[in-house]
Design a protein. Structure first.
Length: 475
């Protein structure tokens, strides 16, 4: 393949993928290595044909001393010869160091793209033209990424490899091999820099590049091409799967935090898992936070008993409910079994507001004359009780054997356990529910209801008001 054939092949792929439009601005990320230098030369050779404006952006990581600065000088001088505008960005101290003084691969990637994005955005705002960021990933990079994700554990997302387009970032060389790129440079008589860190086997991707891929190519010289073709196929299949699962989710979603499992009866397990993943995107904006193991565990809850749960990253938990699956943020603290905070009635009789902290919640209690009442509270986290009927000091605690409350005003008792079962409160949540109690008589199952026995009557003289402050703040 000569240089002209190489360029036509890349242009054809760019047109198929709608990577650029005539008149676009292209910020080309150029490190000085073979791939990025080839990308710059490619765009310089087609810019008039597509009426493109170019900007070469060199991101200097500041980690290789004189060698790094030498690369920057090389790229600047190359841009001078090619009549391509040049911009340099130094990451310097922004790039944090990891173990053994090695910078994190992920951190370096993140900061590099941030720098490119800032340059492109600034240029776009200045000129008013659409700007794309071109980077030089090639077929081996794509295959390495698939293998890297596969080794770490991934779902369909990871098996799709590197996208040829994401946002304003485009990758015109993604389906060209490293050998084709180097041959292109050779035909142009173009030299380039060699980064010694690319051979450092301390980096995961370098071990795949220098040890794993060569072994696979001994089995089949077309191994890289086959991996890339399958990654593209999986990307197309995933798009269809996502569309089908979105339709299922539209029917299954009961509320933002709950989905019903009956809506996907008859659907294959792959669709069920994808439906769950789409649902969870609202809670995990970065798809990297959820592994395939998390999704499989969440999907398995369908076959578990009500109350079963799965822990997710960042303090989230999915629980099996009677209707389906519900996601909740785990409380920072739950009451310990048997733990209790007592508030003496003598301390409340003075009429001053008393604050109490328990189970990660802050409560405010006060007693006042019933004749002061104007309107009953409508806030779900503020409750009034007939203070005259409270016989003991008020206990704030978790549930205990023998607890009960009155559902109706006829004096009939109901065990707290039976009430929780009837209300379909998941079993693993019950010990964490904060209770206000008068001995074994529960005044208030917070978040649910109060005992009918303590409701305000015409004969009530004093009222106990209890407010849960943190919940009020988040209404």
């Amino acid at each position: 393949m000569n240089s002209r054939q190489f360029e036509e092949t890349v242009l054809e792929r760019m047109e198929q993928e709608h990577l650029l439009l005539p008149g676009d601005g292209v910020a080309v990320g150029v490190s000085g290595g073979a791939d990025s230098v080839a990308l710059l030369r490619f765009f310089c050779r087609i810019r008039e044909r597509m009426s493109l404006s170019l900007l070469c952006v060199h991101v200097e990581h500041g980690l290789r001393g004189e060698s790094s600065l030498s690369d920057q000088t090389f790229v600047r001088e190359l841009c001078g010869r090619l009549d391509a505008p040049f911009a340099a960005v130094s990451l310097g101290e922004r790039l944090r160091k990891g173990k053994n003084g090695k910078s994190s691969e992920e951190e370096a990637r993140k900061l590099r793209y941030e720098a490119l994005e800032a340059q492109a955005k600034r240029w776009e705002e200045k000129t008013g033209r659409r700007v794309r960021i071109a980077v030089a990933h090639h077929a081996e990079d794509n295959a390495e990424t698939v293998l890297f994700h596969l080794a770490r554990g991934c779902g369909l997302d990871g098996l799709q490899g590197i996208p040829i387009r994401r946002g304003r970032v485009i990758r015109p060389f993604l389906y060209q091999s490293r050998a084709e790129i180097e041959a292109y440079l050779s035909q142009l008589g173009q030299d380039y820099c060699t980064d010694a860190s690319n051979a450092d086997l301390a980096y995961d991707r370098n071990r795949i590049r220098h040890r794993v891929l060569p072994e696979l190519q001994k089995i089949n010289p077309q191994a890289v091409s086959h991996i890339c073709k399958n990654a593209l196929l999986i990307r197309e299949m995933d798009a269809d799967l996502r569309q089908r699962s979105a339709a299922v989710l539209a029917v299954a979603q009961i509320a933002p935090d709950e989905i019903g499992v009956q809506a996907w009866e008859g659907e294959p397990s792959l669709v069920r898992r994808e439906t769950i993943r789409l649902w969870l995107e609202a809670f995990f904006p970065s798809r990297r936070d959820l592994s395939s193991a998390h999704l499989e565990a969440a999907a398995a809850l369908e076959q578990k008993q009500v109350g079963s749960s799965v822990t997710l990253p960042d303090g989230w938990r999915i629980r099996r409910t009677y209707r389906g699956l519900k996601i909740q943020k785990e409380p920072k603290e739950t009451p310990r079994e048997g733990h209790c905070l007592l508030l003496a009635k003598a301390d409340l009789d003075g009429g001053e507001e008393t604050a109490a902290d328990f189970g990660g919640k802050r409560l405010a209690l006060r007693v006042f004359e019933a004749k002061e009442v104007r309107d009953f509270p409508r806030n779900a986290y503020t409750k009034w009780f007939d203070y005259d009927r409270i016989e003991n000091d008020i206990a704030i605690r978790s549930r205990r054997p023998g607890d009960y409350l009155m559902i109706r005003g006829d004096g009939g008792r109901k065990k707290l356990q039976d009430y929780m079962v009837n209300e379909k409160i998941p079993q693993d949540l019950r010990d964490g529910i904060l209770l206000l109690c008068d001995g074994s008589h529960v005044l208030w199952v917070t978040g649910y209801r109060i005992s009918a026995y303590y409701k305000i009557r015409q004969t009530t003289e004093k009222i106990l008001e209890v407010r849960i402050l943190e919940e009020e703040d988040h209404e």
